[in-house]
Write a protein that binds this ligand. Structure first.
Ligand SMILES: O=C(O)[C@@H](CO)OP(=O)(O)O
Ligand SMILES: [Mn+2]
Ligand SMILES: [Mn+2]
Length: 549
């Protein structure tokens, strides 16, 4: 790969370039629903007036998703910011592999099917049960089940992870109804036995990330593999009972359940079975994958590992080569900004707290967990508690370290992620979201001051929206959905809104001014940072949003 060339017109600032990713902080459309507006944000307000301020796209095709109805998410967002280009992402690649049939021609699919057909064992599907298209898509699950039947698989067991985080917060019964009808249909001729075996809310079981809370994986393993969780006759019954036990509970937090028939669980995972983890996104797939693949595991008391053929929907980590078997090849994200800067000898510092640590490192580097030579990564441990109870999260600690890094003078490029707008946005608790956004603004303010002192430059943006759009809209009318008291109904998912892209050069050394870029998206931030560091961005990166020199 070629070396970055120095820009003759501007050789970079004296201090560092600092890229702030305000996770889930977009630009809202509805005043009642926009908690970025509602929060008190003096620093962001000042920047909007006095710095270079533009809006960039962070959803749909601008970040490699199938269409503009798809909200952005952290994976595709950080991939785009880190590699400066737009790659067709998991949702699109899996959709295409299923539509064209190429997935079923692959050796992994064939091995999974042959295994159960030879042994008369069960084909299991574990994954996120919605059409959110962030981690998975229920359409992919249904398509694979139809293909399995066509190819002679007699017994399939499905382990749904209940969403409510990429789709409305208490919408699971809509998916259950649809899926029950699908199952009734596929089972109708009596030739196969396909049913739900176990499940639970995605923030309660299985889908932990970045080693934040392995007890989630423990509960998931118990339910899916050992069939140890509260037994029910159906998924619908489980959900209704859990809701009656704890009114107001969100889908993502629902406890684990197991389905029993004639007094016995219908689908523990046992020797000889095949298992497909059908999420395509990696962060929340890596731990359960480790549980199925590792010979030894210390993170929880797994017990004996059943001898199964396990495959992920995608390869989740390119550097580690995990999982060993996968159905669809991930986007070939190469030549990231981190790699270019490393080759140019630019020292880089990346930091967030646990919940977003992998976002600003592994996602940023194209879903690779390895570091480049000039990179230093720092993780601040996240709290393990409902984030509505601690909405400031680790914003202060992250900022402390960033300020130290700016003052220390060692790093020329510093990148960080403030999780608050997103993690607290996902709780749907309005008051907490306001506090969360204010914590981000306070952090940005301190970084602005440190950048000013060091004669550096700050670039401040987001990976997608969330806290800017906290109320459910009626799909048909586009109006806010109101509850019985006339208040708006909390929305827990990301938004489709654009995000800010701010360039703050307090010393004015770069002479940065808005460039004329059509249709800018967050992918344009990579070239922007490289330009502000005094280099000419790679020719195939989407262009910088500023001109300098
Ligand atoms: O929590 C997550 O896994 C997703 C939402 O599904 O959020 P983000 O993309 O911001 O990480
Ligand atoms: Mn995010
Ligand atoms: Mn999120």
């Amino acid at each position: 790969m070629e070396q970055l060339k120095k820009n003759e017109a501007f050789g970079g600032p004296e201090g560092p370039v600092v890229l702030v990713v305000m996770d889930g902080v977009g630009i809202g459309k509805n005043p009642e629903s926009d908690f970025v507006k509602i929060a008190n944000t003096p620093n962001l307000d000042w920047l909007r007036e006095h710095a270079i301020y533009t809006e960039v796209k962070a959803h749909g095709v601008a970040v490699g998703l199938p269409d503009d109805g798809d909200m952005g998410n952290s994976e595709v967002g950080h991939n785009a910011i880190g590699c400066g280009r737009v790659f067709a992402q998991g949702a699109a690649l899996v959709g295409d592999a299923i539509a064209s049939g190429s997935m079923y021609e692959g050796s992994v699919w064939q091995e999974l099917i042959a295994n159960v057909n030879d042994k008369g064992s069960a084909l299991h599907f574990i994954g996120l049960f919605s059409d959110g298209n962030v981690h998975s898509n229920i359409n992919h699950l249904e398509a694979m089940l139809l293909k399995a039947k066509e190819q002679g698989v007699k017994k399939a067991r499905i382990h749904p992870l209940i969403d409510g985080r990429d789709v409305p917060p208490t919408s699971v019964l809509e998916y259950v109804e649809r899926f029950d009808a699908f199952l009734a249909d596929i089972n109708a001729d009596g030739s196969v036995d396909y049913c739900v075996a176990s499940g639970g809310g995605r923030m309660n079981i299985t889908m932990d990330r970045y080693d934040a809370d392995w007890s989630m994986v423990d509960r998931g393993w118990k339910a899916h593999v050992k069939a140890e969780a509260t037994p029910f006759a159906s998924m619908k019954e489980a959900i209704e009972q859990f809701r009656a036990n704890k009114p107001g509970i969100l889908d993502q937090d629902l406890p684990a359940f197991v389905i029993e028939r004639d007094g016995a669980p219908v689908g523990p995972i046992v020797d000889g079975d095949s298992v497909i983890f059908f999420n395509f996104r990696g962060d929340r797939s890596l731990e359960i994958t480790k549980a199925f693949e590792a010979d030894e595991i210390t993170e929880f008391d797994r017990g004996p590992k059943p001898n199964v053929i396990y495959a992920g929907m995608m390869q989740y980590d390119g550097d580690l080569g995990v999982p060993e078997k996968y159905l669809v090849t991930p986007p070939a994200i190469d030549r990231t900004m981190s790699e270019y800067l490393s080759n140019a000898g630019v020292k880089q510092f990346a930091i967030s707290e646990t919940q977003k640590y992998g976002h600003v490192t592994y996602f940023f580097n194209g879903n690779n967990s390895g570091k480049f030579a000039t990179e230093t990564w720092m993780e601040i441990p996240s709290d393990v508690c409902p984030f509505e109870n601690a909405p400031v999260m680790k914003a202060v600690e992250i900022t402390d370290e960033v300020v130290k890094a700016i003052e220390g003078g060692e790093y020329k490029f510093i990148r960080l992620n403030f999780p608050n707008g997103d993690m607290v946005g996902h709780t749907g608790v309005f008051d907490a979201v306001k506090v969360a956004v204010e914590a981000v603004d306070a952090g940005v303010g301190r970084i602005m001051e440190a950048v000013k002192q060091a004669n550096g430059i700050m670039v401040c943006s987001a990976d997608h929206g969330n806290s800017d759009d906290m109320c459910e809209l009626d799909k048909k009318t586009g109006e806010l959905k109101l509850n019985e008291e006339g208040k708006c109904k909390p929305k827990t998912a990301h938004s489709l809104n654009p995000v800010p892209a701010i360039v703050y050069d307090p010393s004015g050394v770069s002479k940065a001014r808005k460039a004329d870029v059509a249709d800018a998206g967050i992918a344009n931030l990579a070239a922007t940072c490289i330009t502000l560091l005094g280099y000419v961005p790679p020719a195939d990166y989407t262009p910088s949003i500023v001109e300098v020199g």
